[in-house]
Design a protein around this ligand. Structure first.
Ligand code: ADP
Ligand code: MG
Length: 712
């Protein structure tokens, strides 16, 4: 290889197939593919799952019963014998020169084949004495092969792949060895490396795969974690900056009186948080470039008022506003509550004798009748409708606006890229409309930086005063449960209403419907007999759904038995009790949403979580809900329990670039990476002077991966 070749970039590595490495034939390549490794880049980014520090390993003779330890030994024997009930017990004896130890495995006959006599293995487990014999039951076993060195990397494996961790280690070593000649390019600016005292990329890659000390591994890890986070932030910040450069938006006129009139007629004063967020939005609206903002706020924090304020800001300057909800039920409900909030407000109208006309708000969904619909559509084109509220129907092709200037999207995660593009097109005549995306599923700040990093984020972190927190209990067992139904009957007797939610069954809607119907029949004939019980689920026709919701709203249904269709935003202030069946099957955010359906009026809200969790996580989720009513706090707990995978998963369909980085453990690095990215993009918006860095971002977050960043 000519020595003049430049250092290897990640793009170079992505261009080299693993089959170019010596020792990788078709068979090995196939096994690697099972680990999603096809290029040298994939291979060197297959980082160890953990490390075994040989200097810290114990000697068999020193172990006491109850000790948890790692032991290195050689396999002496491996034998299986049948037990009753077609089970088998495999005993593997290992020795390390100081003593012997028996490893026991149930129903793992394959261990006989895996652990051949003479083989070196590292085992990790808890020592016990059984009939005087030293044993470890079902320990973690790693095959060491002929590896030397103090610290041994243990690689993620899969049974499909059938590659041992030492085989992987060898291949990775080979890849790194072959790269030595040219070395690795380091596209991160030197001042950044200096600032954080980072090792260079070459050292980081070697240090993560075969460190000579755990300290070296930590150095390597923090460098690689930073690189991952920096790439994501560069992509997000670059995207955000490019939206901000678009000068084709609407600069709204802030001088009208409509917004003030609206606030004046509200029966309450705005919270500090609402004022602050209104100001943040107003600032964006008055600017030329289109707003692109996320509004985060816990259930009940008053997002609707903020959304309506933004819509009216557009209206008072002569533009139209649209509010898009994910379901018909929600659209309808927004429509009712917004109309109620607006009352008889009027807007300036130069063509009217009186100088103004009533503000006009309309509903547009598929269940609006054809004639009414036609009328709304016609009036939207000529500007006769000021605010339109609806579902996806709002952005269908046949819907035309005279001057769409402001769009609010509720519950953003249900809208994709195409819908957003369609929205932009709607504003063509007047400029790209400003967009406010509302979500009631708060996520921790650093996670938001990553998941919503291309948006500005406003947060309503304060609840309107005078609301007493919902009391949540875990009703475990039949006695507690019958107490729950007694409470429901009591509340109904006092004129209140209740929800009973049955779990969403993702595998089958048919089973789900059956289970909610069963619950309905059972409750109606049993615990809740004599009460007016309604039923709502995904298979009910829109008309029926609406009728049921209307009855519940009016109070002619006492108890609504439903699937999670009531999860988002349903607002019936008279409802005080929420009962959730099999609560352990719901996520924290979902339970919090459900709970937010009650306690919205003057009466104390009660939430009962039923369930007998089969998993520790299920139990932890229920306990979290009982312990806290703060959505942001719960979001932190959720992140703890679930890890970041799922949070990212909500927006990110493809593979993500966060292999080492954890939004949980590496919080400070998320903020720092964002800060660095903002600095770089500010001086070099297209990454023209940071060509290789930009290329790396494109490579790692290319098309597929960038898709998620657009989802909002
Ligand atoms: P979110 O959509 O954030 O869950 P909503 O906008 O539906 O919350 O508001 C919840 C309830 O609180 C509504 O009944 C609303 O009228 C009321 N509300 C909103 N802002 C205030 C406030 N500043 N003071 C008192 N009540 C408020
Ligand atoms: Mg709401």
């Amino acid at each position: 290889m000519p020595t003049g070749d430049p250092p290897l970039t990640l793009r170079d590595l992505a261009g080299i197939k693993v089959t170019n490495l010596s020792g990788v034939g078709e068979k090995t390549a196939e096994k690697l593919l099972a680990l999603e490794i096809s290029t040298v880049l994939d291979l060197i980014q297959h980082y160890p799952r953990r490390y075994l520090d040989r200097t810290r390993q114990a000697q068999i003779a020193d172990l006491l019963p109850g000790d948890e330890a790692t032991v290195l030994g050689a396999v002496r024997s491996a034998k299986s014998r049948p037990l009753r009930g077609r089970r088998t017990l495999t005993n593997v004896v290992i020795g390390d020169g100081t003593g012997e130890l028996t490893l026991t495995f149930f129903n793992q006959r394959w261990r006989e084949r895996q652990l051949k006599q003479g083989m070196e293995v590292l085992v990790h487990g808890k020592l016990k004495l059984f009939r005087g014999e030293r044993q470890m039951a079902a320990p973690v076993v790693d095959l060491v092969g002929d590896r030397t060195g103090r610290i041994i990397p243990v690689y993620p494996q899969s049974t499909k792949a059938d590659l041992s961790t030492w085989e992987l280690a060898k291949l990775i070593e080979e890849a790194l060895r072959r790269s030595r000649v040219r070395g690795f390019d380091d596209p991160v600016p030197p001042e950044v490396l200096d600032r954080f005292d980072f090792v260079d990329r070459e050292a980081a890659l070697h240090g993560i795969h075969h460190p000579t000390s755990m300290a070296e591994m930590q150095q390597a890890r923090r460098r690689l974690v930073f690189d991952e986070l920096l790439r994501v932030q560069l992509e997000l910040v670059r995207r955000k900056a490019s939206i901000e450069r678009e000068a084709s938006g609407v600069a709204h006129d802030m001088s009208g009186e409509l917004v003030d009139c609206f606030h004046a007629r509200l029966p309450f004063a705005l919270t500090e948080a609402q004022r602050r967020v209104n100001a943040e939005i107003a600032h964006d609206l008055s600017a030329e470039h289109p707003m692109h903002r996320l509004l985060q706020g816990d259930v009940g924090s008053g997002k609707t008022v903020v959304a309506v304020t933004a819509l009216l800001t557009a209206v008072q300057g002569g533009y139209q506003g649209a509010l898009m909800a994910p379901t018909e039920v929600l659209a309808e409900q927004h429509y009712l509550s917004v109309r109620d909030m607006l009352g008889d407000l009027s807007v300036p109208d130069p063509t009217s004798l009186l100088g103004d006309r009533p503000l006009r708000v309309e509903l547009l969904t598929n269940s609006v009748g054809a004639t009414a619909r036609r009328q709304v559509l016609d009036d939207l084109i000529v500007g006769g409708v000021d605010v339109v509220i609806g579902t996806h129907a709002l952005i269908q092709e046949k819907v035309q606006y005279q001057s769409l200037g402001m769009v609010v999207i509720d519950e953003q995660h249900r809208f994709g890229v195409e819908q957003r593009a369609a929205l932009r097109d709607k504003g063509e005549s007047v400029g790209v409309p400003d967009v406010l995306v509302m979500t009631a599923t708060p996520i921790p700040r650093t996670a938001a930086m990553t998941v919503y990093g291309d948006l500005d984020v406003s947060t309503l972190d304060e609840m309107p005063p005078g609301r007493s927190p919902i009391i949540t209990s875990w009703a475990e067992g039949p006695i507690a449960e019958s107490g729950v139904w007694e409470t429901v009957r009591n509340e109904v007797a006092q004129g209140r209403q209740a929800y009973v939610v049955c779990p969403l069954i993702e595998e089958s809607e048919v089973i789900e419907v059956r289970s909610v119907e069963d619950a309905f029949v059972e409750l109606q004939n049993g615990e809740l007999s004599g009460l007016r019980v309604g039923l709502l689920h995904g298979r009910v026709s829109p008309a029926e759904k609406e009728a049921t919701m209307a009855h519940f709203r009016e109070g002619s249904i006492d108890v609504l038995v439903a699937t999670t269709v009531v999860e988002v935003g349903v607002d019936v202030p008279n409802a005080t009790v929420m009962v959730v069946f099999d609560a352990d099957r719901f996520g924290i955010a979902q339970l919090h949403q459900l709970r937010g359906r009650v306690g919205r009026g003057e009466h104390q809200g009660l939430c009962y979580l039923l369930g007998d969790p089969g998993t520790n996580d299920g139990k932890a989720r229920i306990e979290a809900l009982v312990a806290s009513t703060d959505g942001f706090e719960l979001a932190e707990v959720d992140l703890e329990i679930r890890g970041e995978g799922t949070i990212m998963g909500e927006r990110q369909k493809g593979r993500n670039d966060l292999r080492l980085a954890s939004l949980r453990r590496d919080k400070e690095w998320v903020s720092l990476a964002r800060e660095v990215a903002i600095g770089i993009i500010a001086d070099d918006p297209e990454l023209a002077d940071h060509f290789e860095l930009g290329a790396e971002v494109d490579l790692m977050l290319g098309d597929n991966e960038a898709e998620f960043l657009m989802k909002s």
